[in-house]
Design a protein around this ligand. Structure first.
Ligand SMILES: [Zn+2]
Length: 281
């Protein structure tokens, strides 16, 4: 008997695919840092946000085109392989502190870079650490080229107002903002802050690029949000970077993944039936 396959069928099977390290993982993902199941790639340690970034970058790639300068702020090693595929002329990994894999040191609120020199900027989970995030956002707007693109993510609770207090004691910051070195947890006004910094903003989620089956297969998370930003003065704004929600490609990928789940479930049922038939009576 074949079990009915309901969406997302793939979630119930163990096999997963990591788009960061391009590996099929028979045993799936490991628990995440907070213990949530099905989160971390056992090969490259990618989490949901890194994997959605890899998919997003792939989807945007035709529009991004040639990249002169790529500015990767607080670079995540999990994103490196996909970023290198863009073959930027200059790949600048920027961080406050020196370390392996940092090309340029500096403060995001006063970056040692010329105006309008960055074609692609990546800034993931940085702004929640910065006391003067408005200055950091203004800097992002200043260094982005007129037709440049920024890809930003911050911890965000939809339906709330930003909760912030740089002076809160450490224990309280952990409780309210998630980590001791966070100074806020963003709410819906995050977009107002980006706009006030001179940016045009479009929020995207995995559902804008893949269906439920493909999402479960790659473990992109359902609550990921990413902001695509461009200088407000640029023609077309940030919305030109989105793609149609249900393109033929996303529909095809989803049905392929669902079919994969179905074949797996049937194979498991066949194995079970074989074991039962061959068991001593
Ligand atoms: Zn991986």
């Amino acid at each position: 008997m074949t079990r009915p396959v309901s969406a997302p069928a793939i979630a119930a099977t163990r096999g997963r695919y990591c788009p960061c390290c391009d590996r099929h993982l028979r045993e799936g993902f490991l628990p995440g840092p907070d213990g949530r199941p099905d989160a971390s790639c056992p090969r490259c340690r990618s989490l949901e946000r890194h994997r959605f970034f890899a998919i997003l970058l792939g989807a945007l790639r035709p529009q991004i085109g040639r990249v002169g300068t790529l500015l990767d702020i607080a670079p995540a090693p999990q994103a490196r392989a996909r970023l290198l595929e863009l073959e930027p002329d200059h790949y600048v990994r920027f961080d406050l502190r020196p370390g392996r894999g940092v090309d340029l040191r500096g403060d995001i609120t006063a970056m040692p870079l010329r105006d309008r020199c960055v074609d692609l900027l990546v800034c993931y989970h940085v702004l929640e650490h910065i006391v003067d995030d408005r200055a950091a956002i203004a800097e992002i707007g200043r260094v982005l080229a007129a037709d440049g693109l920024g890809i930003l993510q911050v911890p965000w609770r939809p339906g709330t107002v930003t909760d912030e207090d740089p002076d809160a004691p450490e224990e309280e910051r952990i409780r309210r903002f998630g980590l001791a070195d966070h100074v806020r947890y963003y709410g819906d006004d995050v977009e107002d802050r980006l706009v006030a910094g001179g940016l045009d903003v479009t929020r995207v989620t995995p559902a804008d690029y893949v269906g439920a089956e493909a999402n479960a297969w790659m473990g992109l998370g359902e609550d990921q949000s990413v902001w695509l930003v461009r200088p407000a003065s640029s023609p077309g704004g940030a919305s030109r970077w989105t793609i149609p929600t249900t393109s033929p490609l996303t529909t095809t990928l989803d049905s392929l993944v669902a079919e994969l789940a179905k074949v797996r479930a049937e194979r498991q049922d066949a194995r079970r039936a074989l074991r039962q038939a061959s068991a001593p009576r």
